[in-house]
Design a protein around this ligand. Structure first.
Ligand SMILES: [Mg+2]
Length: 194
């Protein structure tokens, strides 16, 4: 039965967090149209997820996006956030791409968390050390997950995942302090992070 709590030992073992894109970093919607003679595609990303991705990377975790769809919008957002790797496999076969990623980086399945919402994510979710489903995930994905987020993809689910993992590792508070110190923009009084 999936929960909202991540085991500390499991979280501390993680070296890489893999994220599906559509339905996890977005609400699964894609706006498709034409500008002049050019087909264009827009997606809506959640800004709070962006800080979640930055926090995971700040903690030394590798963040990889794995999409079964090629999209310039996804590539733009991944670049903006400094994601370590973006894998876009137009055949939507995520297993060979992820196996190659592990070999390239010298990692094992146990070192990884993966967040998914649909059937194409199952080959990864059933192998990683920490499988996570978003609240809008299909039943099969939720059944394979150890953790299900309380909010759906595109509405801050990745921020929730980042916070759950970093809280379980005991690193969240320290990262908050680092975040404000680096910005030189610390809150005052009761809202000041410890
Ligand atoms: Mg998806």
């Amino acid at each position: 039965m999936p929960s909202h709590v991540i085991d500390a030992a499991l979280a501390r073992r993680l070296k890489l967090v893999g994220l599906d894109v559509d339905g996890v970093l977005t609400d699964n919607g894609v706006y498709i149209g034409m500008v002049g003679d050019h087909p264009v595609e827009f997606k809506r990303f959640h800004i709070q997820d962006g800080i979640g991705v930055r926090m995971l990377r700040s903690a030394g975790l590798t963040v990889v996006w794995v999409s079964g769809r090629e999209s310039a919008a996804t590539a733009l957002r991944a670049r903006e956030l400094g994601v370590d790797e973006l894998i876009q496999d137009p055949t939507a076969r995520k297993l060979p791409a992820f196996e190659a990623l592990l070999a390239r980086r010298g990692l094992t399945w146990e070192d990884c968390a993966f967040v998914g919402d649909d059937l194409a994510d199952l080959p990864l979710l059933t192998r990683v050390g920490l499988p996570i489903a978003v609240a809008n995930g299909v039943a099969e994905v939720k059944a394979a997950a150890r953790v299900v987020t309380s909010v759906p993809g595109g509405q801050g689910a990745v921020r929730e995942v980042a916070e759950l993992i970093l809280q379980a590792r005991g690193e969240w508070e320290g990262l908050l302090t680092k975040y404000f110190v680096e910005r030189g923009d610390a809150p005052h009084g009761a809202h000041r992070p410890r």
